[in-house]
Every structure is written in C-alpha cells, then in structure tokens.
Design a protein around this ligand. Sequence first.
Ligand code: NAP
Length: 283
Amino acid sequence: MTKAFVVGHPIAHSRSPLIHGHWLAAHGIAGTYERIDVAPEAFAEFLKTLREKGFAGGNVTIPHKEAAFARVDELTPRAKTIGAVNTVFFDADGRLWGDNTDAPGFIAHLDQSLGADRLDRTGGTAVVLGAGGAARAIVVGLLERGLTRIQVANRTRARAEALVALDPQRVAALDWADLPTALSGAGLLVNTTSLGMAGHGVLDLDLTPLPASASVADIVYAPLETPLLATARARGLAAVDGLGMLLHQAVPGFERWFGVRPAVTPALRDRIVADLVGPRAGP
Ligand code: NAP
C-alpha cells in the first residue's frame, strides 16, 4: 500500500486529500493520501522520519515550502530556480527529492482553459500582480512557456524587483501607478496577490486599458469567481479561475508516488467546487 501526504500548518483546509482521493478511487489504487499538521519547529524531524513511516512522498504547503527546499537531498532544476518545494519523493537510492509543480500547474491550466495557442497569439506579454511565493512560480512558468515580456507590480516594490533576476531581459518591475500603460500592451493579466480572496481585501483595478484580445487569470480560488474575473468577463475578456492551478499542480506528485499519470477532468473539478461552496466553504 503506497502512502503519501500533504504537510502544512494549519492543514485542515487543504483540498489535496480530496483531489488525490478522487484519483486513487478512479484508478483503483489501494493507496492513501493524508493531511498532516506539523509545526515549523518539528518539520526537520518530520522530513527525516518519512522513510521509516513508509511514505513514498507528499506535498508540502505553507509555511514549510522554503524549509523543505533547504532540507531535501536533491532539488529539481525548477525547484532550484523557484527556491521553494511543494512536492517531495524518494528515488530508487532512497534520496529525498524536492520539486515545485506550481509553475507547470499554472501553465497547464492556462493552456487547457484558453486553448494551447492563445498565449502565443496575444503577443507574449504579461502583467503579474504580486511578488510572493506563488508569483515567483508563475513568472518561472511564464518564462518557460516562452513569454517575451513579463511586468511585475507589487505593493512592496522591492519584492517585484527581486523577480527581475530570474531573467533581466524579459522580466521588469513596475510601479502600481504605471499599471494602466502596462495593461494597454498586455496579452495576459495574472493576479497572484491574496486580494479578492474572501476576507483579504478587494483588488481595485481598472481593466479598461486591456486590449480586447487579452486574458485575465486569478490564482485565488475562494471564491471561485473573484470580482476581478467577474469584471473581466463583463468586459468580454477571457477569464481563468484559480482552481485549475491547484488541480494541475497535483498531477506530477500523484504520478511519482502512485505510478499513474492522472487527468484533470470535469468530474474532479465538480467535486472540488462542491466542497468549496459546501458547508466548510472557504480557502
Ligand atoms: P505570499 O507569498 O504571502 O504573497 C502575497 C502577495 O499578496 C504579495 O505580493 C503581497 O504583497 C500581496 N498582498 C497581500 N495583501 C495585500 C494588500 N492588502 N494589498 C496589496 N497586495 C497585497 O502568498 P502566496 O503564496 O504568493 O499566495 C498568494 C495568493 O495565491 C493566496 O491567495 C493563495 O491562496 C493563492 N495561491 C493559489 C494557488 C493555486 O493553486 N490556485 C497556489 C498558491 C497560492 P507584499 O509583497 O507587498 O506583501
């Protein structure tokens, strides 16, 4: 029986057990995927004892992504670039690897939602709002996807400037006040701030300057339809919600631990949406 986990602190809100439980049932795999709450001071010991507890690997979430980055035996190139780990697994020699699947998860969702060539047709330019951990993964994903110009605006400008080092030719930091000009040339707008999430404040942004061909993505998924996405749809723009990123980032981990590459299907999405709007609704 193969065992996997998601570790965080707190962790009760995580939808990952629902996602992996759905795939285990769909593929008839006799495995388990459990939530584990570990406080920061106990995380190093938790990682050390994974093997003896019989785990094949698992997901790592807030606040442990940087600690996992510092403590695994090996890092994938993408995890190295992003500086954070959200997926761990053992290789045949028993070495613990750290990967980051947020970047390919975001891009896979974008391509699936918009159609694979829409990003190519809209000029390869993106504006990213926010410069936290998720923004770093998304900028890496957009660079890997071949976008030619990525402008990052953040409340704390220094954090946006830190992302420029990922590729100074293609990534630039922007003042929030300069957004109207940047939006007028953008093919894609991505919100990676927590603004728009229930209880986290409102993202006050005029979308009028965006070209009619632009797409708008929000990585907030509680609520699923954020005010930003509602405004984008009202303007006739393509709008992409945050849930697909959560579903797609789970695919590589499941494949590593359980040996089957699962699909992100409408049935899986419906199941998680039902949970998001159900009795324990919330992020
Ligand atoms: P983080 O590292 O804490 O970064 C938070 C970002 O939001 C920073 O850029 C921060 O700006 C900005 N922000 C927060 N409050 C703000 C405010 N009042 N006004 C302006 N900017 C504000 O968090 P994260 O891990 O990047 O996550 C960000 C969001 O993405 C969360 O809502 C999270 O749930 C969501 N997320 C979704 C997925 C998914 O799979 N869909 C994956 C990861 C994260 P400062 O730098 O100025 O503080």
